[in-house]
Design a protein around this ligand. Structure first.
Ligand SMILES: *Cc1c(COP(=O)(O)O)cnc(C)c1O
Length: 637
């Protein structure tokens, strides 16, 4: 603490505090002028660090308002190359005699622009797609152009799904129908015969290797997906009887998403390789081992097995997979399969950033010189004020207990009707300012009492952000996922305000009050005091899962999306702007007819005119406001 008072705050301190170099990979940094930068490249691959604040200003000048989701194709390209190259190098270095064919699981980000970019960027690697539903299969079949790449179909399949997949095969795609339930086999065989199209088949197994964690109930005996070992035996028997065992070309498993510990990844590959060997020996054609998703993103930059992190690098991940497979298959003399992985989070998380402005802030405390001293008041309030004034290093714990006691006493006296509202109000101010003073004073102690340390978090200011947690960060609400959050400017100023962030929904869950840290988490984030200018905060690594899991809570809709790139001259260009939902859009999603709503309102306005509550000019103004509101953004404009 003392050190900070002498030394001026620098961007290095901000980097350390917000952890940008730790989680930002090669992509995000801080400029000398204290703005978060993103590394983008020109079409000739000349890289430049571009300020997100500058991008934000351009977005606003272009007529869009916050919140805005920025998407960076350059980052997507880098991640797809990273993933494919990691496997290709691991294969080369280990002398593995198979190749790698990744597929992108569409459910992780289904947005058209993203899928188009992925297909195009992945082409040199024969990077494919994974579909888990009929709608996703439509996307995959229509977008994949490369016939070498795989199209893996997971998820439960009805007749229609199976027919679509079979027709895809007929069109020349390598569509693999992965059997998730035993009963699917019969339908597939029946449809295959009916259409006269031979399928490529895969089997999804339930591994016994389970992984603890938030996302990881996709494996283990109780997982809802895949076949048990006994069912795998039955599946082989059926395929044999039907003369279709030669169509079985792939073994699949999926441990769940965001597996932070490499040990679980290794033990699962080992078990799966045994399954692979067994199926091969049964006479199945095989040729592909699909290790599913799970490759984690280091959201907090701690490089640990904490749920928001991972204790391995991509290189280790790829090398371990390759080596474990060889270790199991080589002694059996089984040819090395093509390795397939279905990494979604790893590929898309980095490429999107959500920007929002802060509308307002509030705090339980006031500046100490604004605490008024009443000329006359009840003895209880007087006592509370005396305690406040007496706080010092010597009486920290005693003052802490006393101040709570008197605050509680005043509350009950108020409820009994013995104390006027203004006294209760003033007492609350003295109480919270007292807690703030105690926290400050206790920093001089060798050991800070635990109860005071805990009280510190409740002093956090509330920053009201112009976005919806439910729409833009559903996992932060649903499963307490952490994302890096950083103001994108003013990073050469010391952030001194401990704050939590509330969104614009009127739901008490619409807030973020847990933040990343290298050790564990933080109950608040230090931010800058608000000034006259707009204060803009970025939420990073939001490209995976958030967009379509988001919902319309309080009828806040999709945000604007802007794809950001550089042109030949290194100037920022917005490639493909997608405007967010208007009020009108949202109302029609929930079955209202916007025109009918306006019509109802118009009748009310006309009635008011008839009753002379308003005049003609007001009628016009009110109707215009209603009509404009309908066409407007669902967020604060
Ligand atoms: C969701 C899912 C994935 C993607 O997992 P990530 O951890 O995001 O890479 C892959 N395969 C299957 C079957 C899935 O359900």
């Amino acid at each position: 603490m003392a050190r900070k008072e002498i030394k001026a705050w620098t961007i290095k301190d901000s980097d350390e505090y917000y952890g940008i170099s730790r989680w930002g990979g090669d992509f995000f940094g801080i400029s000398e002028s204290g703005e978060v930068t993103v590394k983008l490249s020109t079409p000739e691959r000349k890289t430049e660090e571009v300020s997100l604040y500058e991008i934000a200003q351009k977005v606003v000048q272009g007529g869009l308002s916050f919140p805005v989701l920025l998407r960076f194709r350059d980052i997507l390209r880098a991640k797809i190359h990273e993933l494919n190259n990691a496997f290709l190098s691991a294969i080369k270095e280990s002398g593995y005699r198979g190749t790698y064919r990744g597929v992108f699981p569409i459910k992780v980000n289904q947005q058209q622009q993203v899928i188009e970019d992925i297909v195009e960027i992945g082409r040199p690697f024969h990077y494919g797609l994974e579909a888990g539903s009929k709608a996703e299969l439509f996307i995959a079949l229509s977008h994949l152009r490369d016939k070498e790449s795989l199209l893996v179909c997971n998820g439960y399949k009805d007749r229609e799904f199976i027919d679509l997949a079979l027709y895809g095969t007929k069109l020349g795609h390598k569509v693999v129908l992965v059997i998730e339930r035993l009963s699917e086999i019969r339908t597939i065989i029946e449809r295959s015969r009916a259409l006269g199209i031979l399928p490529f088949l895969g089997i999804r197994v339930k591994l016994s290797s389970t992984t603890p964690g938030k996302w990881s109930e996709s494996s283990g005996d109780q997982s809802i997906f895949g076949l048990t070992s006994h069912q795998v035996v039955s599946a082989v028997k059926i395929l044999k009887e039907e003369g279709m065992l030669d169509r079985l070309v792939l073994l699949h498993y999926h441990l769940g998403s965001q597996i932070p510990d490499i040990r679980h990844i290794r033990s699962a590959v080992k078990e799966a390789a045994r399954y692979y060997a067994a199926l091969y020996k049964e006479g199945a054609t095989m040729g592909h081992l699909d290790i599913g998703g799970g490759l984690a993103v280091d959201y907090d930059g701690s490089q640990t097995n904490f749920h928001s992190s991972r204790n391995y690098t991509l290189k280790e991940y790829a090398t371990d997979v390759v080596e474990e497979v060889m270790e199991i298959l080589d002694p059996e003399g089984i040819p090395h399969p093509t390795l397939v992985s279905e990494s979604g989070r790893f590929v898309v998380a980095y490429s999107s950033v959500l920007l929002f402005n802060v509308l307002d802030s509030s705090s339980l405390t006031v500046a100490p010189d604004r605490l008024s001293v009443p000329e006359e008041c009840s003895p209880t309030l007087k006592e509370l004020i005396d305690i406040y004034n007496s706080i010092s290093v010597k009486n920290v714990q005693e003052a802490f207990h006393d101040i709570i006691y008197y605050r509680d006493l005043i509350r009950s006296q108020f409820i009994m009707g013995d104390i006027p509202l203004w006294e209760r109000g003033l007492a609350e101010l003295y109480f919270w300012n007292g807690i703030e003073k105690l926290v400050k004073v206790s920093k001089q102690l060798k050991y800070i009492p635990e109860e005071i340390e805990e009280a510190e978090a409740s002093l956090a200011h509330i920053y009201y952000g112009n976005f919806s947690v439910f729409q833009s960060l559903p996992d932060a609400w649903a499963i307490d996922q952490l994302f890096p959050i950083v103001p994108i400017h003013r990073l050469n100023e010391q952030p001194e305000v401990p704050a939590i962030i509330a969104d614009t929904t009127c739901d008490s869950d619409g807030k973020i009050d847990t933040f990343i840290d290298i050790y564990d988490t933080r109950p608040y984030l230090l931010l800058h005091p608000l000034k006259d200018e707009e204060y803009i905060i970025g939420i990073f690594l939001v490209g995976a899962y958030q967009e379509t899991l988001g919902d319309l809570h309080n009828l806040f809709g999709d945000t604007h999306i802007v794809n950001v790139a550089l042109d030949d001259d290194g100037e920022i260009v917005f490639v493909n702007e997608v405007e967010g939902d208007t009020v009108e859009d949202i109302l029609s999603y929930v079955e209202y007819i916007p025109k009918a709503i306006l019509h109802r309102l118009k009748r009310k306005v006309e009635q008011a005119l008839k009753e002379k509550k308003i005049g003609l000019p007001e009628k016009k103004a009110i109707m215009e406001a209603f009509e404009e509101g309908m066409r407007g953004y669902t967020y604060f404009e």
